[in-house]
Structure formats: C-alpha cells, structure tokens
Design a protein around this ligand. Structure first.
Ligand SMILES: [Zn+2]
Length: 145
C-alpha cells in the first residue's frame, strides 16, 4: 500500500460498529472515531477506499503503539544552502524543466508508435538535467523515488 492520507472524524455512533483496535463493538450513542484512508489514485479519480472505526481511546492507543514502533528522531535542521543567487536561479530553472518533462512523459500515448523514441529522448534530457543539478545543490530526493 502506498502512502495514504487519513481523514479522522469523531461523532456519536449511530450504528453499532466494530473497533479496529480492540475488535469490540462501538455501541450506538457512544463516541466513535471514524477514519477514512485516501486512496492516492490520481488527480481526476480520488476515492475513499478504506473506512475504519475506533473507540476514541483505542484510536489513541493504536497511535501510541505506532509511535512506539517508530521512535522519536529529533528534527535535523539542514545546513543552510550556500548557493549564490545565480546558482539558485539555475536550480529553479532545472526543477521546472524536469517537471515539464515529467508532464510530457505522462502525456505520451502508449499506442503511439514513436512513444519509445520520445521516451528515450525525454529520459536523456532528464539525465542531462540531473548532471547539471548536482552542481547546484544536488538531486532532489523526490527524483530518485
Ligand atoms: Zn476499541
């Protein structure tokens, strides 16, 4: 499962629901936590695909349990970038170029016969951008995913 973004609501339970954490019923008339997990999907097609119920305390317990398994790591402030204005400008330009190439790649129609060539050409442009951007602050982590 990729990254999902949960949406959380608390309200009075109307219909009996099973708590995901303790597996006991949440009774009508008591507070219930409802969690929707966003299916990442794409821009045009976003759907709620998972719905879960918790007792309020169970929601906290499962959260604390998750944190216990993922211990606290202090936030490390990144050293301030030492780029000059000109370098920063170039970096910004490269970021935009990459974004526009990504967009073109997404737009390539799979049934279009020249697609492979187009894709190779765009990939070549991307590798050139990557070489350039290493000199002005490095390759963004996001690009390597
Ligand atoms: Zn529970």
């Amino acid at each position: 499962m990729g990254k999902t973004i949960p949406n959380v609501f608390m309200y009075w339970c109307q219909h009996k629901a099973k708590c995901r954490w303790c597996e006991q019923d949440v009774v009508a008339g008591t507070p219930v936590i409802q969690v929707y997990y966003w299916n990442k999907g794409n821009e045009d097609n976003r759907k709620w695909n998972i719905k879960r119920y918790y007792h309020p305390q169970c929601w906290i317990d499962q959260g604390l349990d998750y944190l216990k398994m993922n211990p606290y790591v202090p936030y490390q402030r990144k050293p301030k970038s030492k780029l000059t204005d000109k370098q920063r400008e170039l970096r910004y330009k490269l970021l935009r170029q990459k974004a526009s190439i990504d967009q073109r790649k997404r737009g390539l129609k799979s049934e279009y016969p020249d697609r492979v060539l187009d894709e190779a050409r765009l990939d070549e442009q991307v590798s050139k951008i990557m070489v350039q951007i290493t000199k002005v602050g490095g390759i963004p982590k996001k690009w390597l995913e």
